[in-house]
Design a protein around this ligand. Sequence first.
Ligand code: ZN
Ligand code: ZN
Length: 372
Amino acid sequence: MQKMKALVFHGVGDLRLDEVPRPRPRAGEAVIRITATTICGTDVHIIKGEYPVKNGLILGHEPVGVIHELGDGLDDEYAVGQRVIVGAITPCGQCFYCFNGVHSQCHGPLGGWRFGNTINGAWAEYLLVQDARANLAVIPDSLTDDQVLMLPDIASTGISGAESGNVKVGDAVAVFAQGPIGLCATMGARLRGASLIVGIDPNGERRSMSKRFGASVTINPNACNAVEELKRLTDGRGVDVAIEALGRQDTFEAALRSLRPGGVLSSLGVYAGKLVAPYEAIYAGLADQKIVTTLCPGGKERMRRLLAMVATGRMDLTPLVTHRFALEDLKDAYELFSQQRDGVLKVGIYPQGIPSATAARATTREPVSATL
Ligand SMILES: [Zn+2]
Ligand SMILES: [Zn+2]
């Protein structure tokens, strides 16, 4: 049996570079050779023991790669050697939830999230993709791995915050937290035609990135009352859509309080413990407001749409990849990312080696500027 290198979860805080069997595809499955992947905040929760997965699991759910081997029944649509991405969420396309249009909940709550959760993930040289026909999205030749690395999770999730919030042309939108997902939510609000987009984050570098991703105004919530500022910016009404992209009680509550009657709170955060909606923050429950939650949309059609947006120059996500590492150095990348050091937004991990073209394209940084 052939082997491969992979980063394996051996318990809380115990991540190891192991030699493990290389997967082989059964009918309808594919094995891809991973060329680029990344680390998500969710992986940090897993490694810290805040979200349980089984010991021995390969983590990572953001795959970019090349088709290495196809199981039976796929060669009419795919070929070995094609470059592909696979969504972090891999719906089957055939179950109760998929046919009810909630693909991310495939087979049950959060069930579409398999990689690095219920099956082996992308922090490896090779990855087995189940339900391949529903999930392999071919990368246009014109695009580099770095250009598409954010699509499987971060961009799909962030943009869905604006989509689920039903942002309309001319809307005023507030995005609470400008980490990678919040920045993509800001981009989503811009793509959907919002007139006023407010990026809220205490970190100055992230506020300046927020402008780059489409914010018209940024707010430092440590320097002023963000809710009051948002009311002031909207003639006292509050925003049409508030997107929560952090997963904390204080940002959830601020998002609620910033919403106008009839507005939508679109929640992307992952919460822990009790989440409270104070009665006065929701007008005693009588103000025709909506709270919607979204898990990252996956599947090949979602990926095709996002790839098309990058290929046509409608969005550029490369500024999010601030640091690059080989697979062997993933633990260093994890330390950097989990401690949020050195202005890191996302790290690129390259199991076939760091490509020189992308390594040479240093991430440019704009000067920090707080506008409010
Ligand atoms: Zn993720
Ligand atoms: Zn399904």
